[in-house]
Design a protein around this ligand. Sequence first.
Ligand code: TRP
Length: 372
Amino acid sequence: MNTITQPAGPNTDAPAVEPSADALGTTAAHVRSGALEKQILDDPSQFRVLTGDRPTGRLHLGHYFGTLHNRVRLQNLGVEMFVIVADYQVLTDRDVADNLTEHVEELVLDHLAIGVDPARSTIFTHSAVPALNQLLLPFLSLVSVPELSRNPTVKDEIAHSRQSSVSGLMFTYPVHQAADILFCKANLVPVGQDQLPHLQITRTIARRFNDRYGSGATVFPQPEALLSSAPLVLGTDGTKMSKSRGNAINLAADADETARLIKGAKTDSERHITYDPVARPEVSSLLLLAALCEDRTPQQVADDIGTAGAAALKRTVTEAVNEYLAPIRARRAEYARDRAYVRRTLREGNERARAVAETTLSEVRAAMNSDY
Ligand code: TRP
């Protein structure tokens, strides 16, 4: 059951991919994402996107160029979008969700700052949408314990968990995530590769629900992953950018802090600056960052710097990042002064999500003969 076979969906021009091509279907998902991008440009109204994050702290440039930027792009192309602030999911690998209210508001602020428009996109939290959470029970009945326990992303998270024992939520959160996606019948989920197993279980649940309860009708669509083609921006130490590693440049950092962080970034002693992600990952990631901000190629940025060395590279990157982020940071500061607006955005998003979830739950009840 756990393999991506020929992707479902209209007008697919992706080639058939053997299920065994690779274990997670990553190759198939990349090929399919290319085809989906074309369909989005042709007719964005065919798509409803659900995407989201755990509220564990402020967002950084890795998030921005990895996913956030893409959200705004999809919204502006005319795709309907739901953004979930996955507050229950914070509890998968820790006992207490610290500073939750603050983190949730910061996440909303970050989205407003980058251009997510609450008039067009719905930002909401897990915990405020009871009907979404109620989908978890029937969905759990549709997956087996072995299916849950062999999820590679969950296994990896357990390996890195800061808890001494594994909670039930850790094993079941991919099913919860299926409820996040299916409650609004999203058919497109922009994700990183690590989330592909969760997309697969979501598709499995949708298919099994339809088979078991649909009486021939499709209650839930089988959503597809939209993998980003954006290359990875590394942290200032050359490893994956992550708040817990202390190597992140936050969207909300000010220009001086950004300059300080970039000044401290790891480079090498070769004065000739070249773009070579394999041999020179740290230098190349800095070049990539400047390139993304200036809408140029990393090679162009490198050619301009030539043999001026790491200090010149860092000056270039600092200027590029600060200039690019200036309007985002200005908007963020403006919204940050209007907390009432931030809270209202979330309240209204929650209301919209609740209405959608209630409708879906009613259909589920009807399909399951439990609408008394
Ligand atoms: N699991 C995702 C993460 O850790 C967050 C998330 C929760 C999510 N629900 C989702 C992502 C639904 C996409 C769709 O980043």
